[in-house]
Design a protein around this ligand. Structure first.
Ligand SMILES: Nc1nc2c(ncn2[C@@H]2O[C@H](COP(=O)(O)OP(=O)(O)O)[C@@H](O)[C@H]2O)c(=O)[nH]1
Ligand SMILES: [Mg+2]
Length: 304
């Protein structure tokens, strides 16, 4: 799975990567060095290797990688990033994207296109202009990509949770038939009176109902380590594809249960009270759905 992020220098590509995939806080992206040429980063998600190509937007580098079309080949998802704080650069961005699209056409690369109208926030910016710029950007760019059936998203690294959800949806969409399960799980979670996190065993959060457990797609470090350790035990000690682990504080009534399904999906359930029968049934139903979800992921791997 190859995702290519393209956009002018300073539009926010590296920041999008860092806050979503690398566990960085938005503030930590300020003053990062501009990307030279392009950078490739690899990230496992649901056991699939995702490579994220971050193309430096500076003119002098653009020409040299644009003359080597290999860099774009195999792109499954193209994400043009447009900086809403810099409307005076829309024309230049249009020119750049036109060149990119021509290259894709010429080499018959047909990615799904997700346009990010980015920096939709008031960090160092005035409110009145933001919506004007958004309308202007829609006018300028939706048309440009219209042949590619683009989907657009209004994004900001300061809406980290939302941005992570957008990427999760883009990634999950590449496994046909998984989207429905994620949607169902999200609904189930809202109805269960326990704190639940569903992630993959690498610690990418898929759905949860707990505030502040993740930074972008990345689960909090201690929980990620817990899942990783349990997953190793499952493999080395139990030698089974799925396993269950429980921890309990001897004072108080906190309890944590981890279910690993098919070595790929982790469901963490944190309880602070005994659950009534109806809540327990909901949890059972969630678990059986996630077990099916894990089967589907494994099958999708086998098919690809
Ligand atoms: N206000 C705001 N600033 C952002 C956002 N995303 C990135 N930035 C800032 O924009 C600047 C350039 O970002 P960078 O990721 O290096 O751009 P790149 O050249 O496209 O990789 C950095 O100072 C970031 O902190 C955003 O969503 N909102
Ligand atoms: Mg960059």
């Amino acid at each position: 799975m190859k995702i290519s992020l393209v956009g002018l220098s300073g539009s926010g590509k590296t920041s999008v990567y860092l806050t979503t995939f690398a566990g960085k806080k938005p503030e930590q992206t300020k003053g990062a060095a501009p990307t030279i040429m392009y950078e490739i980063r690899r990230h496992p998600f649901l056991g699939l290797e995702v490579s994220i190509f971050d193309f430096g937007g500076q003119e002098q580098y653009r020409e040299s990688y644009m003359s080597d079309p290999k860099v774009f080949s195999g792109t499954d998802v193209l994400i043009p990033v447009i900086d809403l704080h810099e409307p005076e650069k829309f024309e230049e961005a249009k020119k750049y994207f036109t060149d990119v699209m021509n290259l894709f056409k010429k080499h018959n690369i047909k990615p799904a296109v997700h346009i990010f109208f980015h920096k939709y926030d008031l960090e160092d910016y005035v409110k009145e202009l933001l919506d004007t710029n958004l309308e202007k950007a829609k006018g300028a760019f939706l048309d440009l990509f219209s042949k590619w059936n683009p989907v657009y998203h209004v994004t900001s690294i300061y809406e980290q949770e939302r941005l992570a959800e957008i990427f999760r949806d883009i990634l999950v969409a590449s496994y046909k038939s998984l989207e429905k399960h994620v949607e169902t799980a999200q609904k189930q979670l809202s109805e269960i009176p326990a704190r639940i996190i569903i992630s993959d065993t690498a610690g990418n959060v898929i759905v949860h109902n707990v505030q502040g457990v993740s930074t972008g797609l990345q689960l909090r470090g201690d929980l990620r380590d817990f899942i990783s350790a349990c997953n190793n035990l499952r493999e080395n000690l139990f030698m089974s594809e799925s396993a269950e682990f429980t921890g309990r504080g001897l004072e108080g009534d906190k309890e944590i249960t981890l279910h690993v399904f098919k070595f790929i999906i982790a469901v963490l359930i944190m309880k602070t009270q005994e659950l009534d029968k109806s809540a327990q049934e909901k949890i059972e139903s969630l678990l059986s759905d996630m077990s099916m979800f894990a089967d589907l992921v494994v099958r999708a791997h086998a098919e690809s």
